[in-house]
Structures are given as C-alpha cells and as structure tokens.
Design a binder for this molecule. Sequence first.
Ligand code: KIV
Ligand code: ZN
Length: 400
Amino acid sequence: MTHSETAGTPQDRIVFFDTTLRDGEQSPGCSMGTPEKIEMAHALDDLGVDILEAGFAISSEGDFQAIRAVSQAVRRPVIASLARTRKLDVERAAHSLDLAERPRIHTFLASSDLHLEVKLKMSRAQALDHATAAVRQARSYVDDVEFSAEDATRSDMEFLAQLVAATIEAGATTINLPDTVGYSTPEDYAQMFREIRSRVPAVANITLSAHCHDDLGMAVANSLASIEGGVRQIECTINGIGERAGNAALEEIAAALMVRRDKYPYPHSLKNDLLFPTSQMLGERISFRPAPNKAVVGSNAFAHEAGIHQHGMLANPLTYEIMTPASVGVPSNSMVLGKHSGRRALGHRLQELGHPLDAARLDEFYHRFVELADRKKAIYDQDLVALATQTTAATSLAQA
Ligand code: KIV
Ligand code: ZN
C-alpha cells in the first residue's frame, strides 16, 4: 500500500476524537461524576484532542448536565453529544450543547441486518428514513453533524453505501463506520473504507472516521489500518477504556504515529508528553489503572528486568526501547524522593503523575510526605498518589 492509494496526502491531519467521557465512561468501573468529567475534559483539552465526546444526553439527567458543564468549561475542542436517531434524542443532544463554543451532534443507527431485525425491528428502508431525518434535524440546530452506522463492519456493503450516501446528502459532515463488536481485521477494515470511497463519491467532501472496539485485541491495529483506507478522524479513549474489552487506546495510536512516522506521516495536534499524565489522571478518577504491561502507559512499559536487556539498555537505550519514556511523559525517576526532598521536586513529580496540587495543598502534602518518609525506607509513586488523594480529601473536607 502506498500513500498515493489512500484518500489524502501526508499533509492531511489526523483528527483525534476522544470518547473517554462517553463510550469509556459507560463501561463498568469507569463512571465519573460531573466534577471528574470537568477535570478530565481540561486534561484532554491540554492534551490537544480535537473533538471531545462529553456524553449521551438523553441517557440520564447526570449525563445531560455533564455535557453542559463540559461545554462551558472547555472552549477549544469541538464538544460532541451523542443521540440515537429519535427526535427527542436529537433535541436533547442539541439542548445539551446550548452553551458550547463548537457543538457537534453525533447521531447513530445500526446498519447491520442483525441489529435492524433483532434489536430495532426496522427494515432497511425505515433505517434510511430514520437516519436521514435525524441528520436533517441535527443540521437544523448545528452545522457540525456526525452520523455513525453502528455495527458497520457486519453490514451489507451495498446497503452501507446507500446509507452513507443518503446521510451525506441529508447534511452529515463526518461519517463514522464503527467496528462496534471488535470483529474486523486490519485488512478488512481498511478495505471497507476503500470500498465506501469508491461507491460513494460524495465521501470526498466529508471526513471519514474510525471507531474500534478491542474484543479481539485489534482495536488499535484496525484504527491504524483505517488511515490507509482514507480515514482522517480516529475515535478512541484514554487507557482504552470502554464497552466490554474497551475502545482503541488513544495513547497507543499517538505513540504509533510518533514511532512509525515513516508509515504514517500525518500531523496531529496531540502533545505526546502529556499522554502519561493524562492516563494517570484518568486512573485516579475511576476505579482502576491500566494493567502494568499496558503499552505506553503501564507501569512496566519502560521497565527492563532481564540482565541481557539491562546490559543492552546501558550500552544504548535504542537496543530495547523504540521511544523514550520522556517522549510520552513518563517520569525518568532519576530523582529519588526522600525526606530531604523539597516541595518543588514533590510538586513536579505529582504533576507528572497526573495529580497536580495547588500551593496550600502542596504544603499540607509536604508535611504528610516528610512524616511518611521518616517511617518508610522507599517511597514509590503509588505512595505519592495515595498521599495526594488523602491530602485533597482532607483539605476539601476542612474547606467544606
Ligand atoms: O461502538 C459503537 O458503535 C458506538 C457508536 C455509538 C458510535 O459507540
Ligand atoms: Zn463504541
């Protein structure tokens, strides 16, 4: 595959659509309240995501309010609000975005016969009507409308092409073809986009988007392959959180674009050195952290245990590291923290760990840290995070 066979040129940007606060948040153990969502939204804004999906407006009052709050708090990225193709859903999504600087309504409907027949009890003709009506309704509120054909990868190609053509005609500006159940392979996924581009000429005027789930462990591989098929928007989540086995992990895609620039020479606006702090911050806000062996952000991602590896690393890190820890924001840990460490060094390490503290809290944290360092020989990052969490909780309580 050469770049001339893809939809664009290397000058094309890859647009990052983050759905940590919607597809990620709806999975078990990942739920967040509005304050956590706002904190995460600020971190995602700092990281440089282009589009931030803040929730599914009609699903609950909490989601609706969280989308409104995120829209007010974060002004640079496009804020997306999800809606089924029902009138009330689209209306609620539009209302949730009233205060957004750059609103996007994201409406979706299944395109596979399996979903249409079993779940929606809808014919293909009815699906076309529902999808186009929803896109038209969404366009009456905002200029930026995304349509997703749920379960696209298990859909009949001819019908999928019909649906894509009809929704573009109705006003969709982004077309997303999700691998909803993580069924696809890289070759098949790229081929699906090529096929759609050749069957629907109007695709040249809109943005094509990929959205992959990780049921077979191929979400990131499929997302990268879709770029070769002409995709320029990638939907993903921090730490790969999401339904079932999760969504494509944002940090892995960003790292792949950085390390394999030879293959993917596309600019994007993510700040790679904020990948690790953002991952840490999310781990802190939900009930679990990434597995230690998780690529890019796991605690072992840059650890070298075997003697032969350590020997190679000492001779030249390139022997066993394809990227430096610093390039993705992993602290070098060259600074050993102990009871003689100062507030500045502690504050810096907490920032790197995704747990920044204001001056008053840092002062309180410092006293707790010195006390702990007196009792404990080695202080690990986990100790710092636990101490910072206790400090934040104690000072918030005192202020209440
Ligand atoms: O996985 C999926 O199909 C989705 C859509 C709602 C975009 O999350
Ligand atoms: Zn999804």
